[in-house]
Write a new protein. Structure first.
Ligand SMILES: Cc1cc2nc3c(=O)[nH]c(=O)nc-3n(C[C@H](O)[C@H](O)[C@H](O)COP(=O)(O)OP(=O)(O)OC[C@H]3O[C@@H](n4cnc5c(N)ncnc54)[C@H](O)[C@@H]3O)c2cc1C
Length: 398
């Protein structure tokens, strides 16, 4: 019998995790990753906050809750085996006033229901033991929330895949996917390759890649830019680990936070503003094709109507650095405008349905021989190895 062949579209952390776990669990299988960029992790994976979430936020029973907790554990083991940084610097979620306390209590309950270990409630004065420069009336401390370098992890996964006999083909954009009852073919400008199964982890292009194989256009990807500022090195002592606001339950985004990075730096952000280009990272980058597609999406107007107030606050933080810093200063009052410099931005691939609802949970669909990851926003990097296992379970390989 010939070897089964699996093709994977996208060499972000998710596509690479699928390739890696496939080889581990089914060593006889031929695995190829096809990536349009000339390097791995060029989009969301290489432009995120680098946080391994503990699993506090997500509704119990959701895929996000289950896969974040188990994925974080797997990632810790992987980093330990490969000598990659996995620093448990801990996270403090801070309530600024009494009105936020009930939501913070709900968050603590949620985290415990999700199996997050060692969560601790802290009253106002005790916050300083964890973060001496923070201000708030209460907090939840998650000591095992960690930071990593998802780009380094992706490079290591790609090396592991190649060393185990797989291939990571860079600089090849998949522009057509054709399947019949026996196989599925990925066409790139360089060649056509035939597989038994394909898994598409195309991030910001997920909806476009899915429609190549006849999937519905719904949900579409609406790109949300996430901008960061970095603290000047002489001010990074203001933040020991990770300082987060109590999130607004209406949004999947976690609010502007202060994040320690594995290189010792500290960033503020990300905000969340509509991106004018799916893969453009400077504010002046505009893709008219992307923008027109977003504006024409039937879900866009209901989305904008529902969330314009929040959108306006986020946009103000984008256009005015003082307002951006003010969002972070609510938690660390010593911060000033002079303490920050611009840092690279990211763009989130957030699926939005035709009624304007933000798709909250991960969404993975199957169309014949093709699995499409249609929604894998945060915490998908944290969860990547667990999402990979979940996808592989569904492939029912021999
Ligand atoms: C600002 C920001 C902050 C975040 N913070 C965190 C965090 O702290 N922790 C966390 O867990 N998650 C975080 N996330 C989310 C996390 O980064 C993503 O969930 C994760 O990286 C998704 O990985 P991916 O492989 O699906 O997507 P991507 O990394 O975007 O990779 C998709 C790949 O597919 C390729 N591709 C697309 N179309 C084609 C095609 N036609 N042919 C070939 N290749 C193609 C792309 O070039 C790309 O390399 C954050 C995201 C952003 C943007």
């Amino acid at each position: 019998m010939s070897r089964q062949r699996v093709g994977i579209v996208g060499a972000g952390v998710l596509g690479l995790a699928v390739a890696y776990r496939l080889q581990q669990r089914h060593p006889g299988i031929s695995v190829e990753v096809v990536e349009k960029e000339n390097a791995v992790a060029m989009h969301q994976t290489g432009r995120n906050s680098g946080v391994v979430h503990a699993g506090i936020y997500y509704p119990p029973g959701s895929q996000k809750a289950q896969l974040c907790v188990s994925g974080g554990r797997q990632l810790r083991e992987y980093c330990a085996e490969r000598g990659l940084v996995f620093e448990e610097c801990g996270k403090l979620v801070v309530a600024r006033g009494p009105e936020e306390v009930p939501r913070l209590r709900d968050l603590l309950e949620r985290g415990r229901a999700n199996g997050v270990r060692d969560l601790r409630w802290l009253d106002g004065d005790a916050l300083g033991e964890v973060e001496p420069h923070v201000q708030g009336v209460a907090g939840v401390h998650s000591p095992h929330t960690a930071i990593v370098d998802f780009t380094a992890i992706s490079h290591q996964l790609a090396r592991d895949v190649s060393e185990a006999g797989g291939a990571v083909r860079l600089g090849e954009q998949v522009h057509a996917i054709v399947q019949d009852s026996r196989s599925v073919t990925l066409d790139t400008a360089r060649e056509s390759r035939t597989y038994d199964l394909v898994v598409a982890c195309a991030g910001l292009q997920a909806d476009r890649v899915a429609t190549l194989v006849g999937d519905a256009a719904d949900p579409a990807i609406v790109p949300f830019r996430g901008e960061y500022l970095a603290l000047r090195p002489e001010r990074t002592h203001l933040v020991r680990g990770l300082i987060y606001p109590v999130p607004d339950p209406r949004y999947p985004f976690l609010g502007v936070h202060l994040t320690r990075r594995v290189d010792g730096g500290v960033t503020l952000g990300p905000n969340a503003v509509l991106a004018l280009s799916r893969e453009g990272y400077r504010r002046r980058d505009v893709s008219w094709a992307d923008l027109i597609e977003t504006l024409r999406w039937p879900g866009f107007v209901p989305l904008a109507r529902q969330h314009w107030r929040t959108g306006a606050v986020e946009l103000a933080s984008s256009l005015n650095r003082r307002r951006f810093v003010a969002l972070a200063r609510r938690y660390v009052p010593e911060l000033t405008l002079a303490d920050v410099v611009p840092a690279p931005a990211g763009v989130r691939a957030q699926a939005v349905d035709a009624h304007g609802q933000l798709v909250d949970d991960f969404r993975i669909t199957r169309n014949g021989r093709v699995v499409n990851v249609r929604n894998a926003p945060s915490p998908a990097a944290t969860s990547s190895l667990a999402i990979a296992d979940h996808i592989i379970d569904g492939l029912a390989l021999g």
